[in-house]
Write a protein that binds this ligand. Structure first.
Ligand SMILES: Cc1cc2nc3c(=O)[nH]c(=O)nc-3n(C[C@H](O)[C@H](O)[C@H](O)COP(=O)(O)OP(=O)(O)OC[C@H]3O[C@@H](n4cnc5c(N)ncnc54)[C@H](O)[C@@H]3O)c2cc1C
Length: 589
């Protein structure tokens, strides 16, 4: 069972997983000269504000996903990013602490999944899901603006039906329906062993505060709350232009819990004193989140991806959608579309996420334990506040907390980093001190004003990479351009100009060597870094990630080849026209 020229695929659902699948499958098909017809069925219109155009989410694109997308050549446009996050404040009922990004750079994006909250003004072209869907369509997908109401599994081929009576047969049906109960039932009834994921009820709302208030009280910082409230794992307030989004994650979150949260003093303190939160009529909902993954999300010619398969516990669900979508796309195109192909090549990616979620449950178990103990919370805050005075790489607890709440690293990496005797002895000592209820120093609300871009801004002439220095990061240009130069015998030789979407610094990643040239900004340039570790981990899971890098390197070698042959031809012409020089050279030799 293979996809061949003329094969047809139906993707049911045009959320992140459906769009990622379509984008990567069509990309791989183009590279392997296979013509595939791919239909995306999606009834939602991402240009409509409010619930009708929204896929209900906190809207954080994690640090690791921003980096992976950049290395895939996908730069999230500025109009989609509402805020680039550069810090967060951890709030507990015994005090709060501000934690800055471990790097001097913004690598987390806050965005709207749809076109923004109900009746919001001045938000255009801002939907993240709309942006991804557009990418898939640009790569050749056809959008069918209808919901799928039935599937007949065949044989010979599955048939997809819509409400208006239309039906079509496909070689492969991809379920990317999120946690929509009716759609999950539709797959469950196909009786191939699929059992839907187990969801938990969460809460999400948007408060319109105005840009000035959001800038002053929240800026570029995300606020995370670890409060001792039943069923609440954690809550986050995320600034987005005129609005802030509140997401409450846990199990069975209801109106009473939401009210208890909004009435907690530490929450009220984040907002202007005279503001009555209940009086703002916000856009709100109680969406479900995947907490335990699906069983057997595939059979011959059918595969489920994203939230309706396996997700990431409480964070980075879009990152998990990316991982499952890409694994399913590479399996379908490179190996085949039988149950065995999906078992051998798609399921391992899901199992890895599932295993990480088991560790995540332990991490959140520990967090829950801490939430209930004031002395440990005091110890934790003291430790974080002390660490924030040290340089980035020495901030153990801060980076662990950063990754736990921003979704920037797998749970296993977070757990391993805490397995240090020094870490625990420090926390136990600080928690012991925390038994004495000394007041914790408050945080200063000196936030950077919201900005809608990621990465770091360099001014004209500023050096981004210096020849001879050690480095372990790859750089992707978000906007602007840079000049690459090499110094030899005290002379500077111009090598290249690189622009938006180009990357540099790859040699220091793949060879253990110093930077071979200097790169400096021409005008203002915004550059995003990609960590060696993040890149290597992802390449290990998904070797196809290197394709773009190899493609770029190959085109650079071709460019150098052209330059060399050009120089040679000039040289040859000079020799032919000036034979006396040839004689001179011969003499010299
Ligand atoms: C409160 C909350 C906060 C969250 N915050 C974050 C966060 O900050 N960052 C993060 O990374 N993740 C977050 N998540 C998780 C994230 O929202 C999901 O993991 C992600 O949306 C999964 O993408 P998906 O494409 O699989 O599903 P979805 O985004 O749910 O998309 C499914 C799509 O399928 C369509 N569909 C459904 N049925 C049919 C049908 N029968 N026919 C055609 N189309 C259909 C729907 O219209 C929808 O567009 C959060 C989740 C919740 C609940």
């Amino acid at each position: 069972m293979k996809l061949t020229n003329g094969s047809k695929i139906a993707v049911i659902g045009g959320g992140p997983s459906g769009s990622f699948f379509s984008y990567f499958l069509l990309d791989l098909a183009k590279r392997s000269d296979t013509h595939i017809h791919l239909d995306i069925y999606e009834p939602q219109d991402y240009t409509i504000q409010g619930p009708q155009g929204c896929n209900h989410c906190g809207g954080i694109v994690s640090e690791s996903l921003v980096q992976i997308l950049a290395s895939e050549g996908i730069n999230i446009p500025t109009e989609v990013i509402q805020t680039g996050i550069d810090s967060y404040v951890m709030h507990t009922d015994v005090g709060s602490s501000k934690i800055d990004t471990p790097l001097d750079e913004k690598r987390i994006a806050a965005m709207y999944r749809g076109a923004g909250p109900l009746k919001s003004m001045g938000l255009t072209e801002s939907s993240f899901d709309g942006f991804l869907l557009k990418l898939a369509i640009q790569n050749g997908a056809t959008l069918i603006n209808k919901g799928v109401t039935g599937i007949d599994i065949g044989p010979p081929k599955p048939i997809v039906k819509t409400k208006d009576g239309d039906s079509d047969a496909y070689d492969l049906v991809v379920g990317a329906v999120g946690l929509n109960p009716r759609s999950l039932k539709m797959f469950n009834e196909l009786d191939f062993g699929f059992s839907p994921p187990q969801p938990a009820k969460t809460y999400i709302t948007e408060f319109e505060l105005g840009k000035d208030v959001v800038d002053t009280y929240f800026g570029n910082a995300m606020h995370v709350f670890l409060l001792n409230l039943p069923n609440l794992q954690f809550a986050a307030i995320i600034p987005k232009g005129n609005y802030v989004t509140l997401a409450m994650l846990g199990d069975k979150i209801d109106r009473d819990l939401v009210n208890s949260f909004l009435n907690a003093q530490v929450v009220k303190d984040c907002f202007p004193r005279d503001l009555e939160l209940a009086s703002i009529n916000p856009c709100k909902c109680f969406p479900k989140i995947n907490v335990i993954g699906a069983k057997q999300p595939f059979c011959d010619r059918v595969v489920l991806i994203g939230d309706c398969s396996i997700s990431k516990l409480y964070k980075n669900g879009i990152g998990a959608a990316f991982i499952t979508a890409k694994a399913a796309a590479t399996t379908a195109l490179l190996y085949g579309i039988s149950k065995k192909d999906f078992t051998d090549h798609y399921w391992p990616a899901c199992k890895k996420l599932d295993f990480d979620n088991a560790i995540g449950r332990f991490v959140f178990g520990v967090t829950h334990f801490i939430q209930k103990r004031k002395s440990i919370k005091r110890g934790l805050l003291r430790m974080v506040q002390k660490e924030q005075l040290k340089p980035g790489e020495k901030r153990y607890l801060s980076t662990v907390l950063w990754d736990t709440f921003t979704g920037s690293a797998p749970y296993r990496s977070i757990l391993f980093r805490t397995l240090k005797p020094q870490f625990w002895s420090n926390l136990i000592w600080k928690s012991f001190l925390g038994l004495f209820p000394v007041k914790i120093k408050g945080y200063k609300a000196d936030f950077n004003k919201q900005s809608r871009s990621l990465g770091k801004l360099y001014q004209h002439g500023e050096i981004i990479v210096r020849q001879g220095e050690e480095g372990a990061t790859l750089f992707v240009i978000q906007s602007g351009k840079v000049e690459v130069v090499q110094t030899k015998d005290s002379k500077e030789v111009h090598l290249a100009i690189l622009t938006e979407g180009d990357f540099f610094g790859e040699m220091a990643i793949f060879e253990k060597d110093v930077r071979s040239s200097t790169v400096r900004s021409i005008g203002q340039t915004r550059v995003l870094t990609i960590d060696k570790k993040t890149l290597m981990n992802r390449i290990q899971d998904d070797p196809s990630l290197t394709f773009r890098i190899i493609q770029k390197l190959s085109s650079r070698i071709r460019g150098i080849d052209h330059k060399i042959s050009h120089i040679r031809s000039i040289d040859r012409r000079n020799w032919n026209t000036r034979p006396e020089q040839l004689d001179d050279r011969d003499k010299g030799n």
